[in-house]
Design a protein around this ligand. Structure first.
Ligand SMILES: NC(=O)c1ccc[n+]([C@@H]2O[C@H](COP(=O)([O-])OP(=O)(O)OC[C@H]3O[C@@H](n4cnc5c(N)ncnc54)[C@H](O)[C@@H]3O)[C@@H](O)[C@H]2O)c1
Length: 216
């Protein structure tokens, strides 16, 4: 396994592209390919060869000038970089529409994430999940439990800040925040915000631009 010494942090756009590289490589592996060049990856993903080479240099030293990357090795190096080889536990806070979908989603394990417990404030909802594989507790009980360091936050926006502060007090170190609220927490807690509205705004913008250009 390749481990480049981290003397500087990997650029965020490079990290964002890694799952895309991985999906592309998994497709190629499934088709029976054993090696791939950075220019082939680049043309499949509408990137430049230089960009792909620079990105992959962060995670793998397996590329060779003539033969390219051995696909199995590169997949392993990317998975290892992304932490997919070590499953980490997380708690899920809020099992409504979004949180409930996360609770049912079995694919997180492939991304190195396992929801070990969930919490909600609604007793009817908690009762609905009484036979769930992942236990769903009342949020009032959270202080009785030892929490993992990662939490997924899917509560309504007016509950997000207070809930995040409570999680920080209980030792949570990283929050995957879907609540669309900017959380004010001390630097000891890492927050990664996910907002579909941002992605949709980019889509609308490009769509409008194309439409206007097509109409002259
Ligand atoms: N990031 C995105 O792209 C995106 C997309 C959809 C929804 N959202 C946001 O995700 C959140 C959840 O959306 P939803 O549609 O699932 O809402 P929802 O109302 O269906 O679910 C929220 C759940 O949180 C529970 N809850 C409320 N207060 C709580 C507390 N203090 N502790 C624990 N649980 C509590 C509720 O009982 C409910 O089950 C909202 O903040 C919403 O704005 C974000």
């Amino acid at each position: 396994m390749f481990r480049r010494v981290r003397t500087e942090s990997v650029p965020a756009p490079t990290i964002r592209r890694m799952p895309t590289y991985l999906n592309c490589l998994l497709h190629m592996q499934a088709k029976g390919m054993t090696a791939i060049s950075s220019s082939t990856i680049a043309s499949m993903l509408s990137l430049t060869g230089i960009q792909v080479r620079k990105d992959l240099a962060w995670v793998s030293d397996s590329g060779k000038p003539r033969t390219g990357f051995p696909i199995d090795r590169l997949i392993n190096d990317i998975k290892s970089f992304l932490g997919y080889n070590n499953v980490r536990e997380a708690v899920l806070i809020g099992v409504g529409h979004l949180g409930g979908a996360f609770l049912h989603y079995s694919g997180f394990k492939e991304y190195g994430l396992a929801i070990s417990a969930a919490y909600d404030i609604n007793p009817d909802l908690i009762a609905k999940y009484k036979d769930s594989e992942v236990p769903v507790y009342n949020i009032n009980e959270i202080e009785k439990h030892k929490l993992p360091e990662l939490a997924i936050l899917t509560v309504p926006h007016d509950q997000a800040q207070a809930t995040a502060e409570k999680l920080a007090q209980l030792g949570v170190k990283a929050i995957w925040n879907f609540s669309t609220v900017h959380l004010n927490l001390n630097d000891a807690v890492i927050v990664e915000n996910v907002d579909l509205a941002q992605s949709l705004a980019l889509l609308w913008n490009q769509y409008e631009l194309k439409r206007l250009n097509a109409n002259g």
